[in-house]
Write a protein of this length. Sequence first.
Length: 694
Amino acid sequence: MGKRGQTTDGAARLGRPPGVPKGPAPWPSVPDFAVPALLATVQLTGTWGLAELNDLRPGQERWMAAIACVVIACVALIWRRTAPVPVLAAAVAFSAFGVAAMGSSDTLVAGLADAVALYSLAVRRERREAMIGGVVAGAVALAVVAPMLRNVTDILLNGTVNVLYYLLVTALGQLRRQYKRRRRALAEQLAEAERARRAAAESERERLARDLHDVAGHHLSAVVVHSGAVARTADPALARNALSAAADTGRDVLTALSRLVDVMGPDDPDGRDGGLGTLLPQLCHGLARLGVPVSLAIEGRARRLRPEVGIAAYRIVQESLTNAMRYAPGAPVAVEVRHVPGAVEVAVANEAPGEDAAVHALGSGRGIAGMRERAEALGGTLTAGPPDGSAITAASAADAADSEEAPERGPGPGGWTVRAVLPTSPSGGRRRFGWSEVLDATVAAFCAMVPALLAFTPPDPILGDVSYGETVLITALLLARGIPLWWRRRAPYLALGGLAALDIAGALTVGAHTSPFLGLLLVGGPAEMVAVYAVAGYARRGRPTWPAPFIGAAPWAVTFTTLMVTDPDTDQSLGVVPFGLGAGGVFGILVLLPFWAWGKAVTGRGQRWEATARETMAARKGEAVQAERHRVALGLRATVLDHTARLVRAAEAGLAGTGEDAQAALVAVTEHARAALLDMRALLDTLEDTPEEA
């Protein structure tokens, strides 16, 4: 318990999410003015520098018009947080006017203020508005500069860069929006940890109730049906076999129930080996010992299953066999399991019971509903009904579960079939294409296509004098550089290593014969920057990220060394290789270190905060789960386990006595099994009736 005036919840201990303010920032704030001022300074200075470099001499009126457009567009950015749509319209329009006033596309009049406005719009608006803003900004930018370009090739190059640029800005803004939303949601969940704890306790109660029904109900029902039937035959040999089976089954129930509430172990041990090939034969063999005609067929290539899939399939088969014994005693049962791509299909079908078969109404009313819950929790489906196709629905299963008079629907005149389809992959296992993927694809395309376009785009291609074969090889190598970046979030070290290997191979092969190619590798340096940033931000927790700048600098060192070795004006002494490796490596490290620090400080810190937040919530939920297991364990020890232990002792005593003792023991075993089932039903009812505040 915390002291007065102090708080002990997880949200207070973790603090605010990094990059997310405590509440809406007041307007105007210092950044609202600082960003436009800095942007205007960069744009005007850069435009003047590019004009001098390109010998661009606009008149005084054009200069004044361009300066006015830059200033107006930047001043509009002051309201970018409060009115993002009008600000974007103003920034796009005045940026276009500024380019038209300068009469050249080689300026910084456009491309910065409109990008900042688009980013603000993407952060504060939904996807549709963000996409419309990006399309408008890109279209206007291309329409303004298109008349100033020399040929179709220049328009194609400029259009490609514009599409990637504005798509990148839009994706970054939307990701920032998702980041803030996700962090706020986590902060709210931490602040509501008590409600999460109660929800976890409720979920654990439901799981324990379902598994208790599956574990105890299946075995104990089998004992009641088999022992009760043998007790009426007055056959000493059958009586001893039934007592032996009942004793073994009782021990299995005691073991299974003990594991069910074991607070130190996993939720369920049955899926631990990842397959059904071992579990189901044991289940069917145990029923065959009790006289149930069960056939098992497993088809398809067996795969290692997720534990929850294996558990669900096993429990569905187990519950279906239990229902078959209750409502169709003596009828043949066929169990089929098929491994198909992406799923496991389970089917349990039994024939109609004989006319003289005694049907035992021992169901708890939760069988079909519980099986359906298991399947739907994994994103699968389950149907149950007679072979004619009239399967019961989820609503009718729920009504049956709630009914006291009709506990469980059994097979009709033609038998009963349960079919389930369980996906083998999580619903979120396959990578969905969201804004993170848009960003990754855009970054990969930008890093791959820009060097390739610069290499061969007329009128001044960097690689103009190469053969057709060399053109194909160089283009393929430059485009392949973007492929590893697709995995920069999921496998950052692999992405960085793959990119470094491609660049080193290109420098040593193509670059050794075509020195301008080495310049293209240097132009493509942003790919290494992105990969190093990804390692710092997305590497697994506990894995060191400091080697990333050194790995990323290796291609720079090789490229610089190859450039020096192939330069005829360089002194080809023995020291040129060590000097080239050292100078290129040091330069690469100095360039890449800021990106490593950036990823470590921003993305890595956010990832660590999220992981810590989830661990905190998991710990709170774990406490509630353990408390619920302890409560159920106490109930089991006082009721079901006690009757089951007596069942085992009665069966063992009957086996040690005479034939009359065996017959009497069968009656006692049946009564203890029935009492255990009734106590289990009462415990299940108690779990369902437990209020959420408990």
